[in-house]
Design a protein around this ligand. Sequence first.
Ligand code: AVI
Length: 311
Amino acid sequence: MIEQFKKDVDTGLSAQPKHLSSKYFYDDIGSQIFQKIMAMPEYYLTDSEFEILSLQAKQIAEKLNFYGTFNIIELGAGDGYKTIKLLKNFIELGLEFTYIPVDISKKAIDILLEKVAKEIPDLKVKPFVGDYFKLLSTMPNDIPSLVLFLGSNIGNFKKDDAQYFLKSIQNHLKPNDKLLIGFDLQKNPITIKNAYDDPHGITKAFNMNLLHRINNELGADFRLDKFDFYCHYNPVNGEVRSYLVSLKQQDVYIKSLDKSYSFDYNELIWTELSKKYSFTEIESFCTASKFKLTHNFLDCKHYFIDSLWSV
Ligand code: AVI
């Protein structure tokens, strides 16, 4: 894990233009900051998806067409805030299922399990720490699965990577399985801009934590006061791009790589893509990854879609 982190940091900071992957945002501190982001009034994604899973659980259950027991496999389970609502609703509807949260972080799974045990003590839970596809390839043939990939996590993938990821999920599913996937929709650009360029500075802290992490884990000497945060939403292509900006010409040394990296005055490090989708893009992703679109569940403001796909 640390070797891959070192390699990616070296590749990203040696590239022109420089980049670092947002997948490294989520150490313990980063995950806590992300909780704060999700609680911000400007970050509408959480409320929109929560509304869908709260108010449309019955309709989702009907569209699943599952008879008898099934599995709910959640990829990148996170804190479970929205999923717990869906699980509770499914239980109230009398559905019988086992919840299988999957995450590469044991800590994330442990926190989630504690929460689930408190809120839904009778729920059957079979957590899995590790690779998504490893888990998917071990699922039995006789019980159908609903795979959840919520929160517009797909929006953090570049287009080709997203396509490859969705195709890989499709390859691992059985004929009766379903995928419920969250997409953040294109909307008034000001609403989107405010969700990422927030006035509280929380998204800035989320990005800056990446430098803090490189300092701590790789022995770098990034001076956090010499970098700033910038983000931009382009309504033409639906991309929010986030950056760190070097506030002066400076060199940063990374001990574990025994290498220095030069930053020009105002040079950017691209840290994150948060893609916002049109209906057409969602449909073409679905078709290109060989799924069939069963139903789109939207919130009342039409900000967000949980899209149900069949194999
Ligand atoms: C996890 N992911 C869907 C979030 C997003 O909206 O792209 C991460 C995030 N970055 C800044 N704010 C939230």
